[in-house]
Design a protein. Structure first.
Length: 369
């Protein structure tokens, strides 16, 4: 039995290699020894996601790389194939460039990317108050524009429409000039240009997941628009959209939902109160610009996908070529964990939650008034 398993693994490896090597325009193939040398036996971890850990390394020519080691499981294999297939064919200034890949006989899988000095947007917004205050308003606006352009390219300029399905600060990387690059295409989906949607199992990250992804329905490019809107709100406020708040009087735990707070402040004419206070104390920020970004974010997170703008329209709005009107005061959908205790403990964490399946989630509706 063991011999058969080894034979089957070797045959599968040959099959995998053959299929991947047949792809046009494939990046460089590395050996495991190449990567062990570059990373000094994977001694410098720089991050970890749902599908694997990321390590810093240096190639023989002196260039710095990021090596993503994919955890072996069936979904991990699928994500590896998806990521290498999608990224190898993409060319856009705001998308992370795939430099190479590696398949080992130990069934490990590796993806090699360009390295980004400033890490992820998540680290700048949520890990360190000092770093957050250094992420200036102008940089945040540019990051919002960069991500919008990347998504517009994926949705409207590729041969197939590409749905990213996991847009969040942890998947937005920053170069030394704080220009943003979208990364991690592990759960992305391709749909034909004459199709507007696709039915798939709900996967994504809590706090950025569009409500339509949790019910038996078709997802579309508008699901990415929703996630983008949630990220835009976090850029504006410098805080997570979900926060655990302790009521000191009765010692009860309550969830603070930032989109609801933002909409209320907008209606009260107090939109500047939602801006990251670490910036408000040291920068002159245009109230008109803040108001425009808030309106845009609220359009993006509309419960009805048809009301959300396309990412091409989002770019037009950010660059001042299209007006941003006040969105309708409709119901707001909030994605929750079914288990209240689990919800509190997970939302209170500073690191990103893992990818969740639909059967662990519920949707609650908050009134627009």
């Amino acid at each position: 039995m063991a011999c058969w398993q080894v034979y089957r693994d070797e045959e599968m490896l040959k099959y995998d290699q053959y299929n991947i090597l047949e792809m046009a325009g494939l990046p460089t193939r590395f050996t495991v020894r190449d990567l062990e040398t570059a990373t000094q036996n994977f001694q410098t971890p720089i991050g970890e996601g749902a599908s694997g850990a990321v390590f810093k390394g240096t190639l023989a020519d002196g260039s710095t790389i990021a090596v993503k080691r994919i955890k072996w499981q069936q979904s991990g294999e699928t994500e590896f194939r998806t990521e290498i297939t999608i990224i190898a064919s993409l060319q856009h200034v705001n998308l992370v460039r795939l430099l190479g890949y590696c398949i080992s006989t130990r069934r490990d899988r590796y993806l090699i990317y360009q390295f980004f000095e400033n890490g992820s947007l998540d680290a700048w917004l949520f890990k360190d108050d000092r770093r957050r205050s250094q992420l200036k308003w102008l940089s945040r606006y540019q990051i919002a524009t960069d991500v919008a352009k990347a998504l517009s390219y994926l949705h409207h300029e590729c041969h197939h429409r590409i749905l990213h399905l996991d847009i969040k600060p942890a998947n937005i990387l920053l170069d030394r000039s704080f220009r943003a690059m979208v990364s991690d295409f592990g759960i992305s989906k391709l749909i034909a240009r004459d199709e507007s949607s696709v039915i798939t199992r709900a996967r994504g990250t809590i706090g950025y997941l569009a409500p339509e992804m949790l019910v038996p329905n078709a997802i579309s490019t508008k699901s990415d628009v929703y996630s983008y809107g949630m990220v835009l709100l976090e850029l504006i406020g410098g805080r997570r959209n979900f926060l655990l708040v302790i009521d000191k009087e009765n010692q009860q735990r309550q969830n603070s939902y930032f989109p609801k707070i933002v909409r209320e402040k907008m209606m009260q004419g107090k939109v500047m109160e939602v801006v990251d206070q670490s910036l408000a104390r040291i920068e002159e920020i245009s109230e008109e610009e803040v108001s425009m970004l808030v309106r845009l974010a609220l359009w993006c997170i509309q419960g009805n996908p048809e009301l959300r703008p396309s990412m091409t329209e989002v770019v037009e709005m950010l660059e001042g070529r299209m007006p941003v009107h006040m969105p309708p005061e409709s119901s707001m959908y909030v994605v929750n964990f079914l288990d209240g205790e689990r919800q509190c403990s997970t939302q209170a964490r500073e690191d990103d939650p893992d990818l969740m399946s639909a059967n662990t989630l519920s949707i609650s509706i908050q009134s627009g008034r």
